[in-house]
Design a binder for this molecule. Structure first.
Ligand SMILES: Cc1ncc(C[n+]2csc(CCOP(=O)(O)OP(=O)(O)O)c2C)c(N)n1
Length: 327
Protein backbone atom coordinates (compact mmCIF):
# COMPACT_ATOMS: atom_id res chain seq x y z
CA UNK A 1 0.00 0.00 0.00
CA UNK A 2 1.24 3.47 -0.89
CA UNK A 3 2.02 5.83 1.99
CA UNK A 4 -0.62 8.33 0.92
CA UNK A 5 -3.29 5.59 0.91
CA UNK A 6 -2.19 4.54 4.38
CA UNK A 7 -2.43 8.12 5.59
CA UNK A 8 -5.90 8.48 4.09
CA UNK A 9 -7.15 5.26 5.70
CA UNK A 10 -5.80 6.37 9.06
CA UNK A 11 -7.56 9.72 8.66
CA UNK A 12 -10.80 7.86 7.93
CA UNK A 13 -10.21 5.66 10.95
CA UNK A 14 -9.55 8.56 13.31
CA UNK A 15 -12.57 10.55 12.08
CA UNK A 16 -14.88 7.54 12.38
CA UNK A 17 -13.63 6.80 15.91
CA UNK A 18 -14.23 10.44 16.89
CA UNK A 19 -17.87 10.18 15.82
CA UNK A 20 -18.35 6.77 17.44
CA UNK A 21 -16.86 7.83 20.80
CA UNK A 22 -18.73 11.14 20.78
CA UNK A 23 -22.05 9.38 20.23
CA UNK A 24 -21.27 6.73 22.84
CA UNK A 25 -20.60 9.52 25.32
CA UNK A 26 -24.00 11.06 24.53
CA UNK A 27 -25.68 7.65 24.91
CA UNK A 28 -23.79 6.37 27.95
CA UNK A 29 -23.11 9.52 29.98
CA UNK A 30 -25.07 12.62 28.92
CA UNK A 31 -28.35 10.78 28.62
CA UNK A 32 -28.35 8.60 31.79
CA UNK A 33 -26.99 11.49 33.86
CA UNK A 34 -29.69 13.76 32.42
CA UNK A 35 -27.16 16.33 31.28
CA UNK A 36 -29.56 17.49 28.58
CA UNK A 37 -33.33 17.51 28.12
CA UNK A 38 -35.18 15.49 25.52
CA UNK A 39 -33.60 12.85 23.34
CA UNK A 40 -30.91 12.66 20.70
CA UNK A 41 -30.69 10.93 17.30
CA UNK A 42 -27.47 8.95 17.22
CA UNK A 43 -25.38 8.30 14.11
CA UNK A 44 -23.72 5.07 15.36
CA UNK A 45 -23.42 2.62 12.43
CA UNK A 46 -23.49 5.31 9.73
CA UNK A 47 -20.05 6.88 10.37
CA UNK A 48 -18.48 5.76 7.08
CA UNK A 49 -20.87 7.98 5.13
CA UNK A 50 -20.11 11.31 6.80
CA UNK A 51 -16.38 10.56 6.85
CA UNK A 52 -16.10 9.25 3.26
CA UNK A 53 -18.17 12.14 1.88
CA UNK A 54 -16.39 14.87 3.85
CA UNK A 55 -12.97 13.69 2.71
CA UNK A 56 -14.20 14.13 -0.86
CA UNK A 57 -15.27 17.73 -0.15
CA UNK A 58 -13.16 20.85 0.10
CA UNK A 59 -12.93 22.77 3.33
CA UNK A 60 -14.92 25.67 1.83
CA UNK A 61 -17.80 23.46 0.62
CA UNK A 62 -21.09 23.62 2.52
CA UNK A 63 -22.87 20.86 4.43
CA UNK A 64 -26.51 20.89 5.45
CA UNK A 65 -27.69 18.11 7.68
CA UNK A 66 -30.63 16.50 9.44
CA UNK A 67 -31.84 15.68 12.96
CA UNK A 68 -29.18 12.88 12.92
CA UNK A 69 -26.33 15.30 12.32
CA UNK A 70 -23.64 14.95 15.02
CA UNK A 71 -21.54 12.78 12.69
CA UNK A 72 -21.89 15.19 9.75
CA UNK A 73 -20.80 18.08 11.99
CA UNK A 74 -17.81 16.28 13.52
CA UNK A 75 -16.65 15.07 10.10
CA UNK A 76 -16.83 18.68 8.83
CA UNK A 77 -14.51 19.71 11.65
CA UNK A 78 -16.88 21.18 14.22
CA UNK A 79 -15.14 21.09 17.61
CA UNK A 80 -16.39 18.27 19.91
CA UNK A 81 -16.09 20.63 22.91
CA UNK A 82 -18.38 23.18 21.23
CA UNK A 83 -20.80 20.36 20.35
CA UNK A 84 -20.93 18.82 23.85
CA UNK A 85 -21.39 22.35 25.21
CA UNK A 86 -24.19 22.98 22.72
CA UNK A 87 -26.02 19.76 23.56
CA UNK A 88 -25.81 20.61 27.29
CA UNK A 89 -27.02 24.19 26.68
CA UNK A 90 -23.85 26.00 27.72
CA UNK A 91 -22.69 29.40 26.47
CA UNK A 92 -19.59 27.80 24.93
CA UNK A 93 -21.77 25.80 22.54
CA UNK A 94 -21.40 26.34 18.80
CA UNK A 95 -24.81 28.11 18.91
CA UNK A 96 -24.25 29.47 22.45
CA UNK A 97 -26.55 26.75 23.76
CA UNK A 98 -29.64 27.92 21.86
CA UNK A 99 -29.62 25.02 19.38
CA UNK A 100 -29.06 21.81 21.31
CA UNK A 101 -28.57 18.35 19.84
CA UNK A 102 -30.87 18.83 16.84
CA UNK A 103 -30.01 22.39 15.75
CA UNK A 104 -26.23 22.46 15.76
CA UNK A 105 -24.55 24.81 13.30
CA UNK A 106 -21.10 26.28 12.79
CA UNK A 107 -20.70 28.88 10.06
CA UNK A 108 -16.93 28.94 10.51
CA UNK A 109 -16.77 25.30 9.37
CA UNK A 110 -19.43 25.93 6.68
CA UNK A 111 -21.60 23.47 8.54
CA UNK A 112 -24.84 25.25 7.71
CA UNK A 113 -26.63 23.24 10.33
CA UNK A 114 -28.92 20.44 11.26
CA UNK A 115 -32.50 20.73 10.06
CA UNK A 116 -34.95 18.34 11.74
CA UNK A 117 -37.96 19.10 9.53
CA UNK A 118 -37.87 16.11 7.20
CA UNK A 119 -37.28 17.07 3.56
CA UNK A 120 -36.96 20.77 4.27
CA UNK A 121 -33.17 20.94 4.08
CA UNK A 122 -33.12 20.09 0.35
CA UNK A 123 -34.73 23.37 -0.80
CA UNK A 124 -32.31 25.23 1.50
CA UNK A 125 -29.42 23.34 -0.10
CA UNK A 126 -30.72 24.25 -3.56
CA UNK A 127 -31.04 27.90 -2.53
CA UNK A 128 -27.52 27.92 -1.16
CA UNK A 129 -26.25 26.31 -4.38
CA UNK A 130 -28.05 29.00 -6.38
CA UNK A 131 -26.24 31.66 -4.33
CA UNK A 132 -22.93 29.89 -4.89
CA UNK A 133 -23.57 29.75 -8.63
CA UNK A 134 -24.60 33.40 -8.82
CA UNK A 135 -21.43 34.39 -6.99
CA UNK A 136 -19.44 32.52 -9.64
CA UNK A 137 -17.88 30.25 -7.02
CA UNK A 138 -17.10 26.56 -7.59
CA UNK A 139 -18.11 25.46 -4.08
CA UNK A 140 -20.60 22.61 -3.75
CA UNK A 141 -23.38 22.01 -1.23
CA UNK A 142 -23.65 18.56 0.39
CA UNK A 143 -27.23 17.81 1.45
CA UNK A 144 -27.73 14.78 3.73
CA UNK A 145 -31.15 13.25 4.38
CA UNK A 146 -32.67 9.90 5.35
CA UNK A 147 -34.69 7.65 3.05
CA UNK A 148 -37.85 8.96 4.77
CA UNK A 149 -37.20 12.39 3.23
CA UNK A 150 -37.30 10.98 -0.30
CA UNK A 151 -41.08 10.74 0.14
CA UNK A 152 -41.38 14.43 1.06
CA UNK A 153 -42.57 16.87 -1.59
CA UNK A 154 -39.89 19.37 -0.62
CA UNK A 155 -37.16 16.96 -1.72
CA UNK A 156 -38.75 16.59 -5.17
CA UNK A 157 -39.21 20.33 -5.62
CA UNK A 158 -35.56 20.87 -4.74
CA UNK A 159 -34.32 18.02 -6.98
CA UNK A 160 -36.36 19.34 -9.90
CA UNK A 161 -35.11 22.92 -9.52
CA UNK A 162 -31.51 21.82 -8.94
CA UNK A 163 -31.65 19.80 -12.18
CA UNK A 164 -33.49 22.53 -14.10
CA UNK A 165 -31.16 25.33 -12.98
CA UNK A 166 -28.05 23.10 -12.89
CA UNK A 167 -27.20 23.81 -9.27
CA UNK A 168 -24.12 22.34 -7.56
CA UNK A 169 -25.90 20.21 -4.94
CA UNK A 170 -24.94 16.71 -3.80
CA UNK A 171 -28.14 14.98 -2.72
CA UNK A 172 -26.99 12.34 -0.23
CA UNK A 173 -29.60 9.84 0.91
CA UNK A 174 -28.68 7.66 3.90
CA UNK A 175 -30.98 4.66 3.63
CA UNK A 176 -30.89 3.16 7.13
CA UNK A 177 -34.06 1.15 6.38
CA UNK A 178 -36.41 2.85 8.87
CA UNK A 179 -38.07 6.25 9.20
CA UNK A 180 -38.78 6.12 12.92
CA UNK A 181 -40.64 2.75 12.97
CA UNK A 182 -41.66 2.59 9.29
CA UNK A 183 -39.58 0.20 7.17
CA UNK A 184 -38.63 1.47 3.73
CA UNK A 185 -40.68 -1.29 2.04
CA UNK A 186 -43.78 0.28 3.56
CA UNK A 187 -42.99 3.84 2.55
CA UNK A 188 -41.48 3.71 -0.94
CA UNK A 189 -43.28 2.28 -3.99
CA UNK A 190 -39.92 1.20 -5.40
CA UNK A 191 -36.97 -0.06 -3.38
CA UNK A 192 -34.21 1.16 -5.70
CA UNK A 193 -34.21 4.64 -4.22
CA UNK A 194 -31.47 5.72 -6.62
CA UNK A 195 -34.25 5.86 -9.25
CA UNK A 196 -36.52 8.12 -7.23
CA UNK A 197 -35.15 11.29 -8.88
CA UNK A 198 -34.69 10.01 -12.43
CA UNK A 199 -37.74 11.90 -13.69
CA UNK A 200 -35.68 15.07 -13.16
CA UNK A 201 -32.84 13.61 -15.19
CA UNK A 202 -30.95 12.87 -11.96
CA UNK A 203 -29.44 9.42 -12.31
CA UNK A 204 -28.74 8.22 -8.79
CA UNK A 205 -26.04 5.81 -7.74
CA UNK A 206 -26.32 3.23 -4.99
CA UNK A 207 -23.31 2.81 -2.71
CA UNK A 208 -22.33 0.54 0.17
CA UNK A 209 -22.51 2.98 3.08
CA UNK A 210 -20.67 0.64 5.47
CA UNK A 211 -17.47 0.73 3.41
CA UNK A 212 -15.72 4.07 3.87
CA UNK A 213 -13.52 3.59 0.79
CA UNK A 214 -16.56 2.86 -1.41
CA UNK A 215 -18.25 5.97 0.00
CA UNK A 216 -15.15 8.09 -0.58
CA UNK A 217 -14.66 6.90 -4.18
CA UNK A 218 -18.31 7.43 -5.12
CA UNK A 219 -18.39 10.82 -3.40
CA UNK A 220 -15.18 11.92 -5.13
CA UNK A 221 -16.64 11.18 -8.55
CA UNK A 222 -19.92 12.89 -7.68
CA UNK A 223 -18.18 15.95 -6.20
CA UNK A 224 -15.93 16.29 -9.26
CA UNK A 225 -18.90 16.12 -11.65
CA UNK A 226 -20.95 18.54 -9.55
CA UNK A 227 -18.10 21.02 -9.18
CA UNK A 228 -16.78 20.91 -12.73
CA UNK A 229 -20.08 20.79 -14.58
CA UNK A 230 -22.14 22.77 -12.04
CA UNK A 231 -24.93 20.25 -11.80
CA UNK A 232 -26.57 18.16 -9.07
CA UNK A 233 -25.59 14.58 -8.19
CA UNK A 234 -27.55 12.01 -6.25
CA UNK A 235 -26.08 9.18 -4.15
CA UNK A 236 -27.97 6.63 -2.06
CA UNK A 237 -26.02 4.88 0.70
CA UNK A 238 -27.14 1.53 2.08
CA UNK A 239 -26.63 1.69 5.82
CA UNK A 240 -28.17 0.89 9.18
CA UNK A 241 -28.63 2.78 12.42
CA UNK A 242 -27.43 0.61 15.27
CA UNK A 243 -29.37 2.50 17.93
CA UNK A 244 -33.04 3.38 18.20
CA UNK A 245 -34.54 6.21 16.14
CA UNK A 246 -33.71 8.41 19.11
CA UNK A 247 -32.43 7.70 22.57
CA UNK A 248 -35.96 7.15 23.97
CA UNK A 249 -36.97 4.61 21.27
CA UNK A 250 -38.03 1.20 22.65
CA UNK A 251 -37.46 -0.40 19.20
CA UNK A 252 -40.47 -2.68 19.24
CA UNK A 253 -40.70 -2.57 15.43
CA UNK A 254 -37.50 -4.38 14.44
CA UNK A 255 -36.22 -7.81 15.38
CA UNK A 256 -33.33 -7.77 17.84
CA UNK A 257 -31.34 -10.27 15.77
CA UNK A 258 -31.45 -7.91 12.79
CA UNK A 259 -29.86 -5.11 14.81
CA UNK A 260 -27.51 -7.22 16.84
CA UNK A 261 -26.30 -9.98 14.55
CA UNK A 262 -26.89 -9.17 10.92
CA UNK A 263 -25.84 -5.56 10.93
CA UNK A 264 -23.31 -5.45 13.74
CA UNK A 265 -21.25 -7.71 11.48
CA UNK A 266 -21.21 -4.76 9.08
CA UNK A 267 -20.00 -2.23 11.63
CA UNK A 268 -18.14 0.34 9.48
CA UNK A 269 -15.46 1.00 12.11
CA UNK A 270 -14.70 -2.70 12.58
CA UNK A 271 -14.74 -3.32 8.83
CA UNK A 272 -12.12 -0.64 8.25
CA UNK A 273 -10.06 -1.82 11.21
CA UNK A 274 -10.12 -5.41 9.95
CA UNK A 275 -9.27 -4.42 6.38
CA UNK A 276 -6.28 -2.37 7.58
CA UNK A 277 -5.01 -5.16 9.83
CA UNK A 278 -5.53 -7.86 7.17
CA UNK A 279 -3.53 -5.99 4.54
CA UNK A 280 -0.87 -4.94 7.10
CA UNK A 281 -1.62 -1.22 6.84
CA UNK A 282 -1.57 -1.19 10.64
CA UNK A 283 -0.95 -3.64 13.45
CA UNK A 284 -3.22 -4.16 16.44
CA UNK A 285 -1.16 -2.00 18.87
CA UNK A 286 -1.50 0.90 16.41
CA UNK A 287 -5.29 0.58 16.34
CA UNK A 288 -5.32 0.48 20.15
CA UNK A 289 -3.15 3.61 20.28
CA UNK A 290 -5.55 5.40 17.92
CA UNK A 291 -8.55 4.34 19.98
CA UNK A 292 -6.90 5.49 23.22
CA UNK A 293 -5.91 8.86 21.78
CA UNK A 294 -9.31 9.66 20.26
CA UNK A 295 -11.11 8.48 23.38
CA UNK A 296 -8.93 10.75 25.51
CA UNK A 297 -9.70 13.66 23.18
CA UNK A 298 -13.45 13.06 23.50
CA UNK A 299 -13.25 12.54 27.27
CA UNK A 300 -11.33 15.81 27.66
CA UNK A 301 -13.79 17.73 25.45
CA UNK A 302 -16.70 16.41 27.48
CA UNK A 303 -15.05 17.10 30.86
CA UNK A 304 -14.37 20.72 29.82
CA UNK A 305 -17.88 21.18 28.42
CA UNK A 306 -19.39 19.89 31.63
CA UNK A 307 -17.67 22.68 33.53
CA UNK A 308 -18.64 25.33 30.98
CA UNK A 309 -20.85 28.24 32.06
CA UNK A 310 -24.63 28.26 31.86
CA UNK A 311 -26.35 31.14 30.09
CA UNK A 312 -27.89 33.80 32.31
CA UNK A 313 -31.68 33.33 32.68
CA UNK A 314 -32.33 36.85 31.34
CA UNK A 315 -30.73 35.75 28.04
CA UNK A 316 -33.43 33.10 27.43
CA UNK A 317 -35.47 35.18 24.98
CA UNK A 318 -32.50 36.54 23.09
CA UNK A 319 -32.86 35.77 19.33
CA UNK A 320 -36.55 34.94 19.81
CA UNK A 321 -37.77 38.46 19.02
CA UNK A 322 -36.15 41.03 16.78
CA UNK A 323 -34.66 43.90 18.69
CA UNK A 324 -36.21 47.07 17.34
CA UNK A 325 -36.70 50.70 18.21
CA UNK A 326 -40.24 50.63 16.81
CA UNK A 327 -42.96 50.39 19.47
C1 LIG B 1 -41.96 17.24 8.06
C2 LIG B 1 -41.76 16.29 9.20
N1 LIG B 1 -42.62 15.28 9.41
C3 LIG B 1 -42.43 14.42 10.44
C4 LIG B 1 -41.37 14.58 11.28
C5 LIG B 1 -41.15 13.59 12.43
N2 LIG B 1 -39.96 12.78 12.12
C6 LIG B 1 -38.80 13.01 12.77
S1 LIG B 1 -37.58 11.99 12.24
C7 LIG B 1 -38.63 11.21 11.18
C8 LIG B 1 -38.17 10.05 10.34
C9 LIG B 1 -37.05 10.40 9.47
O1 LIG B 1 -36.60 9.25 8.81
P1 LIG B 1 -35.44 9.34 7.78
O2 LIG B 1 -35.63 10.55 6.91
O3 LIG B 1 -35.35 8.05 7.09
O4 LIG B 1 -34.15 9.65 8.65
P2 LIG B 1 -33.53 8.76 9.84
O5 LIG B 1 -34.22 9.18 11.09
O6 LIG B 1 -33.76 7.34 9.52
O7 LIG B 1 -32.11 9.14 9.86
C10 LIG B 1 -39.89 11.76 11.23
C11 LIG B 1 -41.04 11.30 10.42
C12 LIG B 1 -40.50 15.66 11.05
N3 LIG B 1 -39.42 15.87 11.82
N4 LIG B 1 -40.68 16.48 9.99
Amino acid sequence: METKDRELLLHFYEDMLRIRFFEEKVRDVLLPQRLFRGSSHLYIGQEAIAVGVTHALRDDDYVISTHRGHGHALAKGVDPYAMFSEIMGRTTGCCQGYGGSMHLADASRRFVGEDPVIGSNSPIAAGLALAVKQRGSDQVVANYFGEGAVNAGAFHEAANLAALWQLPVLFLCENNLYAISVPVEQSSAIQDLENRACSYGLAGRRVNGQDVMAVYNAAREAVAATRQQSRPSYLVFDTYRFEGHHTADKETYRPAEEAVEEFRARDPVHLLEKAMIDDHTVDIPTTIAYRDRVREEIDAAFDRAREAPWPAPEQALRFVYTESEVR
